[in-house]
Unconditional design. Structure first.
Length: 189
């Protein structure tokens, strides 16, 4: 679903030989435009190792920071390839967590950047946890409902744009409501 413009925007590459053969390579650049990370994703569905990451501590990386305007709402998705469907002011977690030790978290707090979380549907618990953490530092947080989609990558750009426009402001009672909704009934008939 990527366009030629996307290929150039994300500076996607590939290799015809070696360890990265038959993989799409997405680089990341720091705020100065220096390469700081990359992800190589297999194009073969039967490959046991879907991703190969640069041997770098992910906590120190803000994926494609050179594209981020910290004064505007920042969309956060789970992985780099989800960025292809997201809006332009977006980055990814490079995994499933955002903690106070991470460079991304520190930069968000420094600028009090408003955040929109668009994480995979199986990340509901972690979405609530991240929203609560950011909110505790006075950051405004919205959450995107992916609908029937498991992740942003399954959506078209227009579907994601519509979902982004409908993102709901996270309130502190949302986490409690989420936890209550996950409690199973203990009653026995």
């Amino acid at each position: 679903g990527l366009t030629e413009k996307d290929v150039w925007y994300f500076k996607l590459g590939c290799a015809s030989t070696g360890k990265y053969r038959r993989r799409v390579i997405m680089p990341s650049f720091d705020s100065l435009g220096e390469l700081n990370f990359f992800v190589a994703r297999s194009i073969d569905s039967d490959n046991r190792f879907k991703y190969i990451n640069a041997p770098t501590d992910k906590k120190t990386i803000i994926f494609n920071e050179y594209n981020i305007d910290w004064t505007k709402n920042l969309t956060i998705v789970e992985g780099p390839f989800d960025l292809g469907k997201a809006n332009e002011n977006a980055t990814c977690l490079l995994g499933a967590n955002l903690t106070e030790e991470m460079a991304l978290f520190k930069k968000i707090i420094e600028f009090r950047t408003p955040i929109t979380l668009a994480l995979d549907s199986d990340m509901s618990y972690k979405t609530q946890k991240i929203a609560s953490l950011l909110s505790s530092y006075d950051c405004q947080v919205k959450i995107v409902d992916l609908g029937k989609n498991e992740d942003v990558g399954e959506m078209s750009k227009s579907e994601f744009a519509s979902a982004l426009n409908l993102a709901k402001l996270w309130q502190s009672d949302e986490r409690l409501k989420y936890k209550i909704s996950k409690i199973g009934s203990g009653s026995i008939l």
